[in-house]
Design a protein around this ligand. Sequence first.
Ligand code: FES
Ligand SMILES: [Fe+2]
Length: 379
Amino acid sequence: MPDTITDFAAIRRPVAEARGLPNPHYTDPARHARERDRLFFDTWAGLAVAADVPEPGDARPVDYLGVPLLLIRGRDGAVRVFQNICRHRGMILVAEPRRIEGAIRCPYHSWCYGTDGRLVATPHVGGPGMNTHEAIDKATLGLIEARSHVWRDVVWVNLSGDAPPFEEVHANLIARWTDFDRALHHGGAESRFTLDVNCNWKLAVENYCESYHLPWVHPGLNAYSRLEDHYNIEAPGLYSGQGSTLYRQIRGADGATFPDFPALPAYWDTAAEYVALYPNVLLGVHRDHAFTIILQPVSQGRTVEHIHLYYATDDTAPELRAANAAQWKTVFEEDIFVVEGMQAGRSAPGFDGGRFSPAMDGPTHCFHDWVAGRLAGVP
Ligand code: FES
Ligand SMILES: [Fe+2]
């Protein structure tokens, strides 16, 4: 059945002729629900970071576009994702982030689950004092696990369960950044913050992809890494973004810098790359630190950005980490008025998706092409 709202072919034309996605993709709850199924649940999307559950037994409930999920690190050290519901009557199991001592006990009738998801206890299920019943087969009533994979500390989930393996789908970026395939050390409390933004999640992706806005939105950043020092990155169907050839390390008052990730080729002495891995994870890599932003869509018009900074070692200087986090927070906050402004602009019926700069907006168009392809069923 032809789509009456979106002319997918117009979006998928070459960048010089293409239109952007029309307003309903940013404002309509029904479009948002369709995108949730096709762009998130059917793919590998970012849910959280493994550093959110650092110790065995740590559990964190996450609302994943309306689906209650539970991120948990088992006693065996493995990070798993389950539906955060009891197999008895569907009660939410864990309401707040906490350390599970012993088992996950349902607050309703006390069915208990191991941190690996196994159903281990069903008190009085066979009547008072009878903790078993022949009709209740514990072996088949463990927590429902969501398919997950950890890469660059991001916990990726494929809710539909039928996407090809993560390493296969994202072999391209894994190969591109093989230099950065090193242990990542989360910077700790000051290296973790969130921004609550009144825009559709796609606008955060679109704005992150391009360097066109740097001179006007990020004058501080632009002072040392100018527009002409950037290049576009486009991997159709997978990711897009930008690179800079003039990355300059942050320095403390005494001139100290963060240690580099080990054995990096000389190219990365002054280069950095920033890509949006579709749908919702924004990644940045530099010689001495990396960051990850997981976009959590709350509704079609609201997104929470979860930001995490990582280093090459566990013992970086706390003041320098705080300064680096503050510097990035300033940059990400500078972007808020434009993504919120574009969201507000999408209530104007005269807007037809807009036109792209063929030179500067290729990465954004690349993202729209992916969105349109997946929604039209021809990725
Ligand atoms: S709903 Fe969990 S034990 Fe009844
Ligand atoms: Fe920006």
